[in-house]
Structure formats: structure tokens, C-alpha cells
Write a protein that binds this ligand. Structure first.
Ligand code: NAP
Length: 399
């Protein structure tokens, strides 16, 4: 406890109910059973939490990463009733309302997130997202209206474009948000299956404009319980959906914003949504869009055909193929280096946003490429990235 904090004050670990996707990961991870839940919220019992931080990095949303300095800890009953986190209370005697220690806690936790880059901030011009409208105990029921294979019949991977229609159920989403799918049935121990998250691959006004539907991009994984369930769905099937989720990985609504999108495989899903949004509503936007898209071969690249038809003026496309016979293995970061001039022109612009989505493993390689490109054109990537992050212009979503 630092000197600015009153003797009776203490740090309390809390979960942000607005961002939490109720995936149960934290409760499963906590070694001292300090995390519990009811139908409404996941909460931390202040009497049990020992600040081991084991729950922090597995949380897919960062909702676990919240702290308050309190005179009396919030009880779990208080937390069950929350719709949002309470503001930091003013504490008599601290002079700082506990902020010094709060900032310190945030810094320590950000350090514990090595590689994830710290707390995300939504673009300043992004629309306000709706989150957590539906949960496991009150899911939205969607009807499958389409399930199409996206990859070439000759491709090894079966990647599908699945359309879910919500009928007269309100389910508002923004490009970049995700939804949860509840796979039917229970696991070997009789517990309901864990909810899986998928990015929305369509734009906010629907997969088909003005329809209350959305699209997902799903790759069939050999042992994947939920991916096989989704990939096998037939038209007319009903699906239980939770969410929407995600309050920061959102596109700027400002038409003069430039957008660099870097993705591998199905990590392209949110970028299809971004591109559709610009195509439908800001076709002549002064802001530029550019994508670096990695796949093993053209046949494996989701949306390869339709992407070819998107004009270069709307979307500048760079493909990176890692397994084309007789061609060198190329990753997105290699394509970025090969087109360093284009990247640096974007990065020098104060209205440029960077989005990275896909395999966790790509993050380090992309970061090194960015650093090299910046070095070659008189910029410091570490400084630029930090500034872009706090300005809501740098976003990473990798699994
Ligand atoms: P994938 O087919 O396994 O890989 C796509 C490409 O990335 C391949 O060319 C692969 O090359 C390359 N790659 C592998 N390691 C790399 C690295 N370290 N740096 C750069 N490129 C690398 O991709 P996928 O199975 O579709 O995986 C996509 C990821 O996106 C998954 O982790 C998924 O969870 C995530 N995601 C999915 C959604 C969704 O809505 N479905 C949304 C957001 C994110 P090689 O295999 O030849 O090495």
C-alpha cells in the first residue's frame, strides 16, 4: 500500500459487467475459488481473492482487469446487481481518491499482459456499441438462413460463411464486435458446453442490407465441438446466441480515417464487416483502407473470389501465401516489409488506425515488421504504437 493511501483503504479486484462475456474462464482458473457468478454477473469475493493474478491473462475481454481502492470492499451481492462498474470513490485522507495506487495496479497488470499491449481504447469516432444483451440464461434465438463454403473445394480447410437471422428479436451489432454461440448439449461431466466467440463478418445494417441478420466466418476444426456444430447447420436450424460483445475493436466512423487491417485466415471476419460498411455507406471516403491477408494458398483464403472484385480504390489488397508449391513461404509480416513504403505512408498519417486479427503467433512478427518499417522511415514504433493505443488507433484481437 503506498503512502498516499489511507490506512483503512484497500485494493479490490472487480470484473467489468459491461465487457464480461460470461465465458467462465476466470472462475475455472481461480485457484482459491474467489470468483463466482449468478445469472447476471461474474464477481470476485474480496475475502478470498489473494491477488495472484492467475485469472488475468486467460480472460478474453480484459473485463477481469479492474481495480478500485475502497474503504469497505463491495460484497458479492453488491456486484451481482451491477450493470456497470462503480466509479472510484473519493477516500478521506488519500487526497487522490486512491488513484495513485489504482494507476499502479493498472501498470502492474499491463506488464503482466506481456505481448497483448495493455488496455484497448475504442476509436474516438466509433459508434457506441450495445453489449451483453443476451446471456446463457436468456439467449437470443437465431435461425440459420445460409451456410456456404468459402474455401475452394480443393482446399484442405472447410471455412464457412454462416448467416443467422434474428427475426423480430433486437440484436444490434457493430463491425468488429463478436457474438457467443452456445453449443447444444453437455460435456462428459454433465455441464453445459462453454460458449464460443465468433466475430461478426457483416456490417451493422445486416449481411443483407436492412435485414436483421449477420454473418460469421467459421473454420471447421478436426476436433472442434462448436465449429463442427456450426459448419453442419442447415437452413432453418435454430441457434442460441449470446452477446453482442466487444467495446473497443470497432471501426472509426470518421470517413477520413485510414485503416490498415492485418489478418490471417478467419481473422479476416471483422475486416469483411469493415469493408462492407465503407462500401455501403462511404464509398468515396477520403480515408484509405489497406489489408494484409495471410493464408496457406489462394484456395484456402476465405472470401478470395469476392475480395478480388472489391476495387483497389476502396481496399488496397496484399496477400501473403505460406504454402504455394515452388514459391517462398510468405507471411503477412513479409508482405508488409516488401511494401514498407505504403505502410509508412499510412503510419505517418495521424488519422490511421491499425487492426491485427487472427493467429496469436502473428502478433510478434507483425510487431517486428512495424518496428523495422518505422526505423527505415524515421519513426519510433514503440512510441507510435503507445500513442496510437491511447488514441484508440491500435487494436489487436488474436487467439
Ligand atoms: P490458418 O489457416 O491456420 O493460418 C493462416 C495463415 O497464417 C497461414 O498461411 C499460416 O501459415 C499463417 N501463419 C502461421 N503462423 C504465423 C505467424 N506466426 N505469423 C504470421 N502468419 C502465420 O488460420 P486460421 O486457422 O484461420 O486461424 C485464424 C485465427 O483467427 C484463429 O486463431 C482464430 O481463432 C482467429 N479468429 C477467428 C475469428 C472468427 O470469427 N472465426 C475472429 C477473430 C480471430 P502456415 O500454416 O503455413 O505456417
Amino acid at each position: 500500500m503506498d503512502a498516499t493511501t489511507a490506512p483503512s483503504a484497500q485494493k479490490q479486484h472487480l470484473i467489468d459487467p459491461e465487457i464480461c462475456i460470461r465465458c467462465n474462464t476466470c472462475e475455472e482458473t481461480c485457484p482459491v475459488d474467489a470468483i463466482t457468478h449468478d445469472d447476471n454477473n461474474y464477481v470476485v469475493d474480496a475475502e478470498k481473492c489473494n491477488f495472484c493474478l492467475d485469472c488475468i491473462s486467460p480472460c478474453p475481454t480484459g473485463s477481469i482487469d479492474n481495480w478500485r481502492i475502497v474503504a469497505t470492499p463491495y460484497s458479492i451481492e453488491d456486484q451481482f446487481g451491477w450493470e456497470e462498474l462503480p466509479a472510484q470513490e473519493e477516500l478521506a485522507g488519500t487526497g487522490e481518491g486512491g488513484e495513485a495506487e489504482d494507476d499502479e495496479a493498472a501498470r502492474l497488470i499491463a506488464e503482466a499482459h506481456a505481448g497483448s499491449g495493455g488496455k484497448s481504447v475504442a476509436p474516438a469516432s466509433a459508434s457506441k456499441p450495445t453489449i451483453n444483451l443476451y446471456n446463457r440464461s436468456r439467449p437470443a434465438i437465431a435461425t440459420v438462413t445460409g451456410n456456404f463454403r468459402l474455401t475452394d473445394p480443393a482446399a484442405d480447410n472447410d471455412v464457412r460463411h454462416i448467416i443467422l437471422d434474428f427475426g423480430d428479436v433486437t440484436f444490434p451489432v457493430l463491425e468488429g464486435q463478436s457474438i457467443g454461440i452456445i453449443p447444444p448439449g453437455t460435456d462428459a461431466s454433465g455441464k453445459p458446453h462453454v460458449i464460443r466467440l465468433y466475430s461478426v463478418a457483416s456490417s451493422r445494417d445486416g449481411e443483407r442490407p436492412k435485414h436483421n441478420n449477420l454473418a460469421l466466418t467459421v473454420k471447421r476444426e478436426a476436433q472442434g465441438l462448436c465449429s463442427n456444430y456450426l459448419c453442419d447447420l442447415k437452413k432453418g436450424d435454430k441457434v442460441q446466441v449470446t452477446g453482442p460483445f466487444g467495446a473497443t475493436f470497432l471501426m472509426p466512423d470518421d470517413p477520413s480515417a485510414n485503416i490498415i487491417m492485418i489478418c490471417t485466415g478467419t481473422g479476416s471476419a471483422p475486416f469483411r464487416g469493415f469493408t462492407e460498411r465503407r462500401r455501403r455507406t462511404m464509398r468515396d471516403a477520403p480515408g484509405r483502407m489497406m489489408i494484409y491477408f495471410g493464408a496457406r494458398r489462394p484456395e484456402e483464403l476465405p472470401y478470395f473470389g469476392p475480395l478480388q472484385k472489391v476495387p483497389d480504390g476502396l481496399l488496397r489488397k496484399h496477400f501473403a501465401y505460406s504454402r504455394v508449391p515452388n514459391e517462398p513461404k510468405t507471411y503477412v509480416q513479409d508482405r508488409m516489409r516488401a511494401t514498407a513504403n505504403e505502410v509508412s505512408v499510412f503510419l505517418k498519417h495521424e488519422k490511421t488506425h491499425v487492426y491485427i486479427c487472427g493467429l496469436k503467433g502473428m502478433e510478434a512478427g507483425v510487431d517486428e515488421a512495424m518496428a523495422d518499417i518505422c526505423r527505415g522511415s524515421g519513426m519510433d514504433w514503440a512510441q507510435l504504437r503507445a500513442a496510437m493505443r491511447t488514441q484508440g488507433r491500435y487494436h489487436v484481437e488474436t487467439y
